[in-house]
Ligand binder design. Sequence first.
Ligand SMILES: C[S@@+](CC[C@H](N)C(=O)[O-])C[C@H]1O[C@@H](n2cnc3c(N)ncnc32)[C@H](O)[C@@H]1O
Length: 517
Amino acid sequence: MKNLVITIKTLFGLEHALKEELIELGYTNLEVLNRAVQLKGSWEDVYRLNYRCRIAISVLVEISSFTIHNEDDLYKKSKKIDWTSFFDVNKTFAVKGAVFSTLFKHSQFPMLLVKDAIVDVFRDQYGERPNVNTKAPQVMFDVYIKDRSVTISLNTSGLPLFQRGWRQETGEAPMNEVLAAGILRLSGWDKKSTLIDPMCGAGTIAIEAALWAADIPSMIERTHYAFKNFKSYDEKAWEKVQAEGNKRPVDLGFDILAYDIDGEMILKAKRNSKVAPIGNMIKFERKDALTLVAPNEKGTLICNPPYEERMGYNVEELYEKLGDLFKNSFIGYNCWIISSNMEALKQVGLRPSKRIKVFNGNLECSFRKYEIFEGTIKEQYHDSDNIEENPRETVKKSRRIKSVPNTSSFDKIENEEKRIEKRKRRPETERKSQDRRENTEKSQSSEELRSSKYGKFSKYQFGQTSAYKNQEEPENSKGITEKPNRETQSTPQVKKEQRKKETLKERIERIKKGREN
Ligand SMILES: C[S@@+](CC[C@H](N)C(=O)[O-])C[C@H]1O[C@@H](n2cnc3c(N)ncnc32)[C@H](O)[C@@H]1O
């Protein structure tokens, strides 16, 4: 029965690449949302999407959606859900999500209310409660609140799907596997002709390319999925999904070539490729990219050069030389560069035929295509040419309540940009007093959150912060729960923090006791 509402979350800019991938997997009636695609399906589909979708960050299954008018409603309505039908009391769980609503002062507060509702439902039924574990929970729930609309889903993936299981070693600036799979698809590479990564680092792009070209499921090495811990788990359906598709390394009949100037990185990339498992489908070699020559007349080159000087490179010079290399040695190739360094990208000196905005972690990047023809000339770069194709603008439908965003960091960036724009338009005196107000508010809310029992944020890899914050007692590096320092408790600031801490805790209690309006 295809009656589950399934939301497949992805990274900014990869929505249409994900849709294309889903169509290839045989899915229809797809709804493209911001950083997600939605479809209807069965549990078998949920397992397949987790296992085979290269451009998915997580796969959610909706369990409840409702409207709220205040904080109290969220707890009350969440308490009506029979959480015991989803998982056993001996499993650990976490509640994560994103909130875009003025009903809540703290973005994490709704997650705490839902967590409390889960715990209380278990206690009422069994007299005992399941434990929270935010770092490696066995089951995970996703809460998405937009204004007054709430959607609660099972996160069937658990830890994000870029954790494939094959990348054991990384360099200084590894690329997210989902981004690597996404840009491979965005590049239009045909999976039949030469692919070159001249600065391969830990080999992410080349390994994702080999897995894709050989139709080996991206998750072949991953064993942990939250769906295995839900009561709905159907082992037979999971085995069926795993049995689908080609899992063996094959002779591709064309070259995937990966180079790096750093011999250590080549060794790491080779070791990763052994775990992947893709046999000898990639030819790795230690080489300076700037000395490469195209091995044939046609192919695709995807380059993820260093973005910053701190890696010990003069990046602008490096990008300029890359432009020369493409023009002189890669005639007939589609050459792509992904970078967050817009100034350095200008030094390439070639006119890109495509520019796509993507994010590598928190870094806004441009993924640029340079089609190299005989007689391609290096040219002066004009700032007016520097307009990114924003894939978001092509997402016609704005995200509705049925969707769940991947991260809220992009929204945060957007909001911050809007705020700065708005600020610029105000007279200076008004700006100054607004600044003072904002600074006070910011320090108060961050202090409050930090000092509260729930305030420690576990920084999620690749900058996905706000949707993935902790609900546990803050622990120090030794894993010991930190107690407040008595000596500092007498200062007015600490007293103020304590009052706020109590307020937050008390508010939860009040809501639970139903005393709040
Ligand atoms: C941003 S990292 C690439 C990360 C890679 N995409 C991954 O997922 O691990 C840039 C890489 O470029 C390599 N590099 C820098 N200059 C190079 C050059 N001239 N030739 C080849 N590799 C170079 C560095 O050694 C580094 O591994």
